[in-house]
Design a protein around this ligand. Sequence first.
Ligand code: HEM
Length: 427
Amino acid sequence: MSFPWAKQYEPQQPLMKWLDEKLPLPRLVYNAVGAGYPVPRNLNYFWNFGVLAGAALAIQIITGIVLAMHYAANAGVAFNSVEHIMRDVNAGWFIRYAHMNGASMFFIVVYLHIFRGLYYGSYKAPREMVWLLGVVIFLLMMATAFMGYVLPWGQMSFWGAQVITGFFSAIPVVGEPIRVWLLGGFAPDNAALNRFFSLHYLLPFVIAGVVILHIWALHIPGSNNPTGIEVKDEQDTVPFHPYYTAKDGFGLGIFLLMFVLLTFFSPNLLGHADNYIPANPLSTPAHIVPEWYFWPFYAILRAFTFNFLWIDAKLWGVIAMFASIALLFFLPWLDSSPVKSSTYRPLYKKFFWVLVFDVLLLGVCGKMPAEQPWVVLSQIGAAYYFAHFLIILPIVSRIERPAPMPNSITEAVLAKHADDMSAAATA
Ligand code: HEM
């Protein structure tokens, strides 16, 4: 929906007028992220994370293209080509560390972006499509990150690829042929490395395409906001530029500060030392562990330790892991509460924080070896994860009595302003 009070683009210079007639790109930018896009006036800093995810994607694409100029996707030399980048290429160490840590920063901001959506009910109508496209992006990000981690051809690269592709063989009858077909061999080797490299280069551009659809879908209803109340009139909005370009710019500064701190002062903090050992198919590492952003899903994958209903435990693990993400596609319809924001959902808010704790617990379990107490904790954590979405959320959304809500965004803002003023007066 374009709001009737949105400012209109009026080119001033002759060149811009000419361009506007031939190819109205500046008009598109003006209406998408400029003064022509009205946005709720009460967005908090959690609304920075979409733009930050876009910045992280851009950083990954730029650093990735430079890395690909020096990397050799051949199992015989891949490891050494990465060492060559680190030691011989001018600023190669910086580009590589930026790309490595950029992936972590990307997942940090996207996880915060997703949990923001969960807290403020941004996945609900009329923004279901924004959410669904977001889940597609998330799946593509996971595939891209997994394939990228294989490229340095270190021990964790090789054994990670071996374990994850090994899960295909859990599928009865066709599983093993599928695995061999995907890898181009019986174990990860040159063919697998080459196709992973090709796809790792391709997918970020597919992600960029889906991001355009994501933002397009968002611009139809416009942004949600911390109250979850839809925009009613002009008073409820401010133009995106300069208000949110400034706010996003500040957020971007903080993001870049964190990024350079990680990249320059502790570039291997989030990595695994074993990936500095060349891949060796004859020596299995004591403990195969994926990158931190996969830990919660890895814990769900390993939570099944027993066969059940004639289905192998390993296959259950694979089904559960995929289901834990696929479930998110149904979220807009699992939660039937008409109230979006947790601010006015006292019961949902409690369960939201339990879910946050549960995902963190799953993360710790995914990092730890498959031993007690981590196995039982990952079973409890995985069971709770599914219960949250499939049982708790549908019930809570039916029985919950929401807190009294303001009539409009402006009313909420003015009430908060009055509260702040009286607090200041009594202080
Ligand atoms: C490359 C990754 C992504 C990029 C670049 C991206 C970008 C954006 C941008 C720029 C916005 C508007 C600003 C904001 O609300 O923060 C947005 C909104 C949104 N995104 Fe994403 N996003 C990404 C991934 C995801 C994922 C993985 C999900 C969910 C699974 C998601 C769900 C949403 C939702 C529901 C909104 C609407 C928020 C609202 O209006 O309250 N996004 N996204």
